[in-house]
Design a binder for this molecule. Structure first.
Ligand SMILES: [Zn+2]
Length: 293
């Protein structure tokens, strides 16, 4: 998934207790944000199960975190799903101090993990494509990304497209979300419905402003509140598919801190993973007027 860049140090970093209290407050805000989105969401489980879809993921594991239940639901119903993996995932642990694995080896490992995860979700091997953009480079590749999406749309004629949220605080996620909007805006013929799936939007760092804890927290919660009020949300029930989704996510061992060759690598924290082990997945519908900047 490629971790968010570490943020500038906060003034109270030397006071661990106070720092933990802020972290707790931010975590609570994220859970309230998630709950608010869920409360306003309209259920689309039955309707979406039969609609062919294209899933766009910036990094290996984003597809499972944000859409794993959705993919499994559709495949269970025999509905075609194609997954486009944008980056090679070679920079997921660039901030780690102990890095023995070369970028090429990491890219190969992440491709293997993604193939395994998608297989566990019921995806055919020939419905998974790796675009191979360098991890962290998508901002500079938006036009090519958009062209690749358009080409895939022309080929498979999906009724729905799913992409990570533009509000995710990661430049690759934001670039892919913009490219998806551009591609849908340029579609000739039947236009697929575009949905965004939040990933890093469930992490407070996507919303807070660098600087003091108080100012950052107030700014972050206000931005989350505005989003929760404005977004048009839909939910897909995945209670019966949670075990399958968890099994697929477990395939991404290198992102969960379980890669044997790098025993010191950090994995995604439990407080973050909580958002992806729920009985539903949430999607923001992007209306036509939002397609162009
Ligand atoms: Zn990611």
């Amino acid at each position: 998934m490629t971790e968010l860049a570490p943020q500038a140090t906060r003034p109270s970093a030397s006071r661990p207790l106070r720092q933990r209290a802020w972290q707790q407050a931010e975590e609570t805000a994220c859970r309230l944000f998630h709950t608010a989105l869920h409360l306003k969401a309209r259920d689309m489980t039955a309707r979406t199960a039969l609609r062919p879809a294209l899933v766009l993921a910036p990094h290996a594991d984003d597809e499972t975190l944000g859409c794993g239940g959705l993919i499994a639901l559709k495949r269970q119903a025999g509905t075609p799903v194609t997954v486009l993996m944008a980056t090679d995932g070679s920079a997921s642990h660039r901030y780690e101090r102990t890095l023995q694995t070369s970028p090429d080896k990491l890219a190969a490992l992440r491709e293997t993990e993604t193939r395994r995860a998608c297989r566990r979700l019921g995806l055919d091997a020939n419905s998974l494509y790796f675009l191979g953009f360098q991890d962290g480079s998508l901002e500079a590749s938006e036009r090519r990304l958009s062209a690749a999406i358009l080409s895939s749309v022309a080929q498979m004629q999906p009724q729905e497209i799913y992409v990570c949220a533009r509000s995710d605080g990661h430049p690759d996620h934001q670039a892919l979300a913009r490219a998806a909007r551009q591609a849908v805006a340029a579609c000739k013929g039947p236009v697929p419905v575009l949905y965004e799936y939040p990933v890093w939007s469930y992490d407070f760092r996507s919303w807070r402003r660098p600087g003091s804890n108080t100012a950052g927290f107030l700014h972050g919660t206000a931005a989350m509140l505005r989003a929760a009020l404005a977004w048009r949300m839909f939910a897909v029930g995945i209670a019966d598919l949670r075990v399958q989704k968890a099994h697929a996510l477990a395939a991404h061992r290198s992102q969960l801190g379980l890669y044997d060759a790098e025993p010191h690598w950090s994995g995604l924290p439990e407080r973050f993973l909580w958002h992806f082990h729920t009985r539903h997945e949430l999607f923001r519908r992007i209306d036509r007027k939002e397609l162009t900047p």
